[in-house]
Design a protein around this ligand. Sequence first.
Ligand code: ASP
Length: 436
Amino acid sequence: MKIKVAKFGGTSMADAQAITRSADIVKADPARRYVVVSAPGKRFSQDIKVTDLLYECYHKLEMDGNFDSSFEKIRERFMVIADELRPDLDMEACLDEVREGMYKYGSIEYFASRGEYLSGRIMAAHLGFAFVDASEVIVFTAGGEFDAASTRAKLKKKLSGVKYAVIPGFYGADESGLIHTFSRGGSDITGALIAEAINAELYENWTDVNGFLTADPRIVEHPAGIKELSYRELRELAYMGANVLHPESIFPVRAGGIPINIRNTFEPDNKGTMIVPEITDSRKGTITGVAGKKGYSIIYIEKSMMNSEIGFARKVLSVLEYYNIGFEHMPSGIDTLSIVVADSEIAGRESVLLDKIQKTVNPDHVDIKNGISLIATVGHGMSFKPGTAAKLCTALATAGVNIRMIDQGSSEMNIIVGVATEDYEKAVRAIYKEFE
Ligand code: ASP
């Protein structure tokens, strides 16, 4: 039988009502055999996620040697859920065990992981599925590095003997049993790892939105949803700020060629976004989406005859490497070189950086232009299609936006433009409208 892995995010686990919806989704399809859960997230916009309450407990322990008042908030959230869903589950005992463990093990990662642990226990009881603790199947080294090969082997072995199971997301353990976590939002990674290990037919990621949108809804009014997205398009859009899925969760499923379906727990009839190795959608020929980020600067270097000076760019990059500065793009001309960097990379080091570049390559001019935003226009559909860049540039010109930098990858699946940050929203709207 085909197997689906279904992962439910924080809002899908936020309270008894949301958990009931999530459980109903699982029960509606017997192929949904392995369920991965996040800790309860926000019930309303000012609410605090359980994981944040757990971090609060850890910091209280560090400061005052005691976290009881914060732990009471966690206890209350879980007790309300359990009372409504599973009065037969001894939730008080589970919470006492967690509280004792927090004092006993005391590591920040142990604290952070307990939200997923408890939410997994409740979901397993509610569904009547086995509870498989992530500490048994998700393996980290003692140094806290994720161990892919051991994880795959353990998951295969364990799940071959369990037909239906709930597995908490976000954490795992090393050989000695010490808990380690992925970075925030890491339950997405757990789901992807399980899907790959058991060679699932589909990895369903249930969240609170109808998948990816063609543009940021805070900038463009009612942007269309994206029905189908390739892994590569997803990487580009996610990198530029479309945050629906943890970026590291793509690699395991991509390696196994397993599609990911982003779905909305609160609108289960919506088909969401399907992320696939190759686009099959008839949408081919248009762009897939527009995404962008503020907070960049351009290091602009001018030197006559730069193009005939072998090693020029390497020397400039060695300066960035020296200061451990990553860069985003590096468009160049015959006598100019522009390097786009995130403001956070160069903050507080601008003058030393300029000085060092001056000494290293002796340019005619070097400066840093701040206040740049980057916008990526992404889509396989634009490859080998004459006129895409022209349309984009015309749209920006018509909107009165000056392009400060433009870069098209040779894969021809994205065009990046840098614009002044005050033009950012206007530029996104103009591009969206042009390709709508
Ligand atoms: N609960 C964790 C977080 O808030 C992990 C997750 O939800 O994926 O980051």
